[in-house]
Design a protein around this ligand. Structure first.
Ligand SMILES: NC(=O)c1ccc[n+]([C@@H]2O[C@H](COP(=O)([O-])OP(=O)(O)OC[C@H]3O[C@@H](n4cnc5c(N)ncnc54)[C@H](O)[C@@H]3O)[C@@H](O)[C@H]2O)c1
Length: 288
């Protein structure tokens, strides 16, 4: 008997763009646990993602979550190559920068909001559709990456609203697909220094908060604890868990106030954005 948690499971991992992507850590750990992994990235990030895929020796497919043609091609590929899909990881988020900066009340842009919602929340349901089409009779597991949307942050703004939508979407997916044995869960991660994090104005406020309020010291350069939790939720060990939000944040969410002083010499973290082609132009294609 093989005791690897994900032995023989076919897992699609979206959202890879750099080696620091949370999705990269998930792919590494899932493979380590015995899974067969396929990565995906949108066309504008294919070059950067291909470097990661080459390094990890994993196949990479094109998926812009707002492109119907990409979903259709992915659907065909999974059917032809694997015949079944056991699990999928949603690690995708995007919002135009003005929606993340300054006063949220002053930053209202209908087209930008539609793009942010479609990319960061509605796409989770589309991934659920794909999984439902290809999952075996004994079910499957969908896991998304969340940033705790129960509270307002000093930054994050409309992406916080998108994450609240993602949390709600995950619960409805859990409701609809649970009877088929397909589970839906989120991991609410603490701040990790990725390209997406580099695009969040004032990300250092979050790092400062974690430095004082997480009872378990938090390392924003290490996505492995987040990846481990994702793999747990993908695995049969979590077979009775659905509609859940698992916080992997060093315990930050459970503390009402700081539990230590901010160290005087907190070094600034380099979270400079990685170059990529510009975001797709709005309007956003309607979801099928
Ligand atoms: N970094 C953090 O601090 C943190 C904390 C909690 C949750 N998260 C979440 O983790 C997930 C992964 O982000 P990350 O921090 O690893 O950053 P990242 O920049 O490495 O990954 C974001 C991914 O989103 C993809 N993406 C953007 N628009 C897309 C589109 N239209 N179609 C398909 N893919 C698209 C990018 O290609 C990229 O691979 C996101 O949902 C993010 O909100 C991040």
């Amino acid at each position: 008997m093989n005791h690897q948690l994900l032995h023989g499971r076919h897992v699609l991992v979206t959202g890879v763009v750099t080696r620091d992507s949370i999705a990269s850590a998930v792919a590494i750990q899932a493979r380590q646990l015995g899974a067969e992994v396929i990565l995906s990235a949108p066309a504008r990030d294919q070059a950067a993602a291909a470097a990661v895929a080459d390094e990890l020796e994993l196949p990479l497919l094109a998926l812009d979550v707002n492109a119907d043609a990409d979903w259709a091609a992915l659907d065909d590929h999974i059917g032809a190559r694997w015949g079944r899909l056991d699990a999928a990881v949603h690690a995708v988020a995007f919002a135009p920068r003005p929606l993340l900066d300054g006063s949220m009340v002053d930053a209202y842009d209908a087209d930008g909001l539609a793009l942010a919602f479609s990319t960061s929340a509605a796409s989770y349901v589309r991934l659920a559709q794909l999984l439902a089409r290809h999952a075996p009779a004994d079910g499957g597991s969908l896991v998304g990456l969340d940033f705790d949307a129960a509270r307002a942050w000093p930054t994050y703004n409309w992406m916080g609203v998108c994450k609240a939508a993602l949390e709600a979407a995950s619960r409805y997916v859990a409701r609809d697909l649970g009877p088929r044995g397909i589970r839906s869960n989120l991991v609410a991660a603490g701040p990790i220094a990725t390209r997406a994090a580099g695009a969040i104005p004032g990300f250092h406020h979050l790092l400062d908060s974690w430095a004082v309020q997480a009872p378990i010291p938090w390392d924003p350069t290490d996505a492995a604890p987040v990846a481990d939790a994702v793999c747990f939720l993908l695995s049969p060990m979590a077979r009775a868990i659905t509609g859940e939000i698992l916080h992997v944040d060093g315990g930050h969410h459970a503390m009402a106030a700081p539990v230590r002083e901010l160290p005087v010499e907190v070094a600034p973290l380099d979270v400079a954005p990685v170059a990529s082609a510009p975001a797709p132009a709005v309007p956003v294609p309607a979801l099928a």
